[in-house]
Write a new protein. Structure first.
Length: 299
């Protein structure tokens, strides 16, 4: 048996349930963000409160375990994880969803899979498997079909926002591999999830300080405050399950969260905001799902 086969174990059934659950919860974050931003919050301030609220709730929940992770040994892990999984993806996603809608924005989360696989093979934590390459490639092609200019999908004037949105999958792919490679010894999902969220909040705060927008960070009230509270609870549950999924699987399997986010986001965009998509978009969804099946096929 190869060394790589020992590093990447067979994925347990619970990981598939976590993958579906986390994917749906990530997809649900985008409509909530759209409502809050439409209510007057800026994308940066929303990203800050989402990370701080979710991280704070998890920190309180995991209070008994805090002493096991001294900050001097985990600080860099939390900052890099927060930057790649929270700060960059959320800031960019919240910016572009104002232009292309939460449904199509959700498809950006389906694209890190192939990038993650390339990185995982490069650092030798995954083996090269032809069927997985084909499956992940099909998944990406499905996403490209979904995001192609369409009379009922993405318009040509929004293509620059799509290019900006590609920072989302690139950042997520780097984070997927980093968190596995640099996972602190003796740490568990319950301990790492709050650190990543709070690290992401710190990075967003630094960005706002550098851009002179830190004054936008104020405690929201009214309906927007309720939305933000719901988002904080959702973030806490999502990223707690997210780290548990990473612990139970490989970076490449984790990256396929996006293959759940994409169709779930389109469905939520249709149900909540009445977004309409053409036949080409749903054809892309079908190709995407076929890619998921091939990427995870085992004899």
């Amino acid at each position: 048996m190869s060394v790589i086969a020992n590093i990447v174990p067979r994925t347990p059934p619970m990981a598939y349930l976590l993958l579906i659950a986390v994917g749906f919860m990530v997809a649900l974050m985008l409509p909530l963000a759209k409502v809050a931003i439409a209510g007057g919050m800026t994308p940066l301030s929303y990203a800050f409160w989402q990370a701080l609220g979710g991280g704070g709730l998890l920190w309180l929940w995991s209070g008994r375990s805090r002493g096991a992770l001294p900050l001097r040994t985990t600080g860099r892990y939390f900052l890099v994880s927060g930057l790649t999984a929270i700060a960059i993806p959320n800031i960019v996603a919240f910016l572009v969803l104002e232009r292309i809608g939460p449904g199509l924005t959700s498809t950006l989360y389906a694209m890190p899979s192939l990038m993650t696989y390339v990185l995982a093979v490069t650092v030798r934590i995954e083996g090269l498997r032809g069927l997985r390459v084909v499956g992940l490639g099909l998944g990406v092609l499905g996403c490209i079909r979904i995001m192609s200019p369409d009379s009922n999908g993405l318009s040509t004037e929004n293509l620059p926002w799509l290019l900006l949105g590609l920072l989302v999958p690139l950042s997520l792919a780097i984070g997927n591999v980093y968190r596995s490679v640099a996972w602190p010894a003796g740490a568990g999902a319950k301990q790492l999830a709050p650190g990543m969220l709070l690290g992401g909040a710190l990075v967003v705060a630094v960005v706002m300080l550098g851009t002179g927008t830190l004054a936008e960070v104020r405690v929201p009230s009214g309906d927007v405050g309720l939305v933000l509270l719901a988002q904080a609870v959702l973030s806490a549950v999502t990223y707690r399950a997210f780290f548990e999924l990473q612990r139970r699987s490989s970076p490449v399997f984790l990256s396929q969260i996006g293959f759940v986010v994409a169709p779930a986001g389109l469905l939520l965009g249709f149900l909540i905001f009445g977004e309409r998509y053409g036949l080409g978009v749903w054809l892309g969804v079908a190709v995407l799902m076929a890619g998921v099946l091939l990427a995870n096929w085992r004899k």
